[in-house]
Design a binder for this molecule. Sequence first.
Ligand code: MGD
Ligand code: MGD
Ligand code: SF4
Ligand code: MO
Length: 694
Amino acid sequence: MKKVQTTCNYCSLACNLDFHVEGNTIQKVMPTPDYPVNKNFACIKGLSLDKPAIVNHTNPLPRIKEGKGKFKNVSWEEGFRHTAGKINEIIKKYGNEAFAAISTGQLTMEEMALLGHVGRNFLRGDVDGNTRLCMATSVVAHKQCLGYDAPPYTLNDFELSDTIILIGANPVVAHPIVWDRICSNKNKKLIVIDPRNSESAQRADYWYGIKPKSDLALLYTLANILIEKGWIDKNYVDSYTEAFEEFKAHVAAFKLDEVEKATGISAEKLMDLAKMIHEGKKVSLWWTMGVNQSYAGVRTAQAIMAIAVMTGNIGREGTGGNSLTGQCNAMGSRAFSHQAGLYGGGDFDNPKRREAVCNALGITDEQLVNKPTAPYNVIIEKILAGTIKCLWILCTNPRHSWANNETFQKAIEKLELFIVQDIYDDTDSSMDCDIFLPVVPGIKKEGTIINTERRLSAMRPVIERRPDDRTDYQVIFGLGEALGMGSLLDNWKTPKDAFNLMKKCSKGMPCEITGVDYDALVNSKGIQWPFREGETLASDERRLFENNKFYHPSGKFKFMFEAIPENPIKNTEEFPYTLNTGRGTVGQWHTQTRTREVAFVQDVSAKDAYVLLNPDLAKKYSLAENDLLEIRSINGQNATFKARITANVPFDQLYAPIHYIETNKLTPSLYDPYSKEPSYKTTPVNIKKEGVKG
Ligand SMILES: Nc1nc2c(c(=O)[nH]1)N[C@H]1C(S)=C(S)[C@@H](COP(=O)(O)OP(=O)(O)OC[C@H]3O[C@@H](n4cnc5c(=O)[nH]c(N)nc54)[C@H](O)[C@@H]3O)O[C@H]1N2
Ligand SMILES: Nc1nc2c(c(=O)[nH]1)N[C@H]1C(S)=C(S)[C@@H](COP(=O)(O)OP(=O)(O)OC[C@H]3O[C@@H](n4cnc5c(=O)[nH]c(N)nc54)[C@H](O)[C@@H]3O)O[C@H]1N2
Ligand code: SF4
Ligand SMILES: [Mo]
């Protein structure tokens, strides 16, 4: 029996797993012993990567629409020729701006990079990712404060911290390995800030049940207390930061006696939090989607970083203002996708970076795209306005996951050409496509994944591909060839070629990986960036900013802040309740295309959309457990859910898991002004029992 070590391509931990294979059949899946991320542990999703029937996908050939609901299978050669022909026709007729693609943080770094070369450098279209729905806020927050998109921590910091503060993060469900790390730290205080008593809040030492989207008021008041009390590291602030005096003047207006009205947290409780931060020797603050998905996400994330930095909780063991990533390769898609910035980072109008990237890729300046992509929301708006005519989506399911998702359906109807590249041909998005490009799942392909702590790890085929099976890399490459890219693809023949190009692009950048060897990543413990040619490693776990140098030209951390914006979509008399959304269970993954195949996840998961609501609210509407209720949203839509009654959700809030398409029918088209990330977590709604008039 052979053993293949590979990387789980679900969540951003990117655990390593050992697949034991006999012939071409997987016999056993085990966590890779001693892998620094998951240390002999893995969750149900990773351990069932061998389960989906897709492993033995029946029809690996492309499908072309012939009429309503009618498709024909064609050979790959014909599929590429046909698809490229259609794209070229559209570009000829309407110009390059008529082409767009949407990718994902679940593709490998090499696939992302190649898509950037085909879609942006060659086709000159807009290519954004579902990471816009997820990490865009952290990216902008990091760039502005740190000078580069650089999450500073190692996962080991969870075990080394004496005070852990989770803000809008629910690792019991979303990051099981993180939760395992937190549990194995026996000498810590755990504080959770979340409007609902989430699975993580229930197990914490302290729960701060904040009013939805009032984090910024809480954090500015907290900063003010820490400054007024002198509980900051003055020496650190003076030596390594800029704009602190302005930040101090800004937060001075946030008075302790006003905090309860703004946030629902009492002055006394906030004072306790300030004390815990002051008394902690190694304080770490961690945020995820409860912060990022907001109309004020960027400034909230920056306030978290500000509190860590001004108290000297950065660049040391167990500290940091830290953003946890969502999908396996979200970090790779941030640094190497060529979407919002050049490969390896840097703006598209930075002449020095342009020259370095052109040299690395062996192309001329004219062959390198010269502006960032339009963000996801603008792509959808342009489709609706009729300027984008062709959309290619890869490894994402926006008909389900996009905010206000009926707008995506409308967009599909406006398109002249809708191409879907997925491992399944029956997703909510693929049903209505014109061309379907089937690809193999992660366990049949190779490439590199970069996890939440900046760790690169190898994905390698566990079982062999059948003759007509194609990987994402092969499909993007095949389409590039058919589009007529010719010698522009000479340096990109294999994933290893793409990796080596990205290595060159990273030279001199904070994410430098010139010391990483593509083949040596196999069976290794992975490697965090930066790792430069010639370097040797003292440890498997490294954090950034231990030298107190940040990436701005000044070398300093920059405090960023702003007046708190009003919620653009407030509750009204007609829509008095707030709908919160997020992950439901450890076993369910996003739109459930993959995890629906895992029998022991399905057996314990609700079949239909459900919503959590408070017993008093249920009583007010005469709702019993499992009764159907209709939720009406301020966006004009309504949908039916089953009632799940729990005191863990406050009276005026509801919580709907994202794994059901109904949930995003109700979310609004509202975005953070800087990151353009959707504000998914606070929608004004009303409810009524199904069948009741009114
Ligand atoms: N099982 C499973 N795991 C996953 C995923 C999955 O689909 N299934 N998806 C992965 C991905 S891509 C991501 S991005 C991560 C997401 O990981 P998380 O961000 O941890 O998950 P969410 O459930 O989206 O949201 C976290 C919490 O934010 C809270 N919240 C909502 N509004 C506010 C607010 O105004 N303030 C504060 N402080 N908190 C608020 C919610 O109540 C929720 O408990 O999970 C990853 N892991
Ligand atoms: N209301 C609300 N909405 C949300 C969120 C929220 O918290 N609240 N969270 C948002 C976040 S953080 C995220 S990340 C998004 C996720 O949203 P999506 O990206 O739309 O969700 P997935 O179900 O992960 O979709 C991945 C698709 O890729 C396919 N796939 C799997 N493996 C491969 C592969 O190797 N190659 C190819 N080509 N396809 C593959 C799957 O079958 C599936 O169709 O949802 C967002 N939507
Ligand atoms: S889903 Fe995340 S926690 Fe679970 S095995 Fe995969 S990488 Fe690890
Ligand atoms: Mo995400």
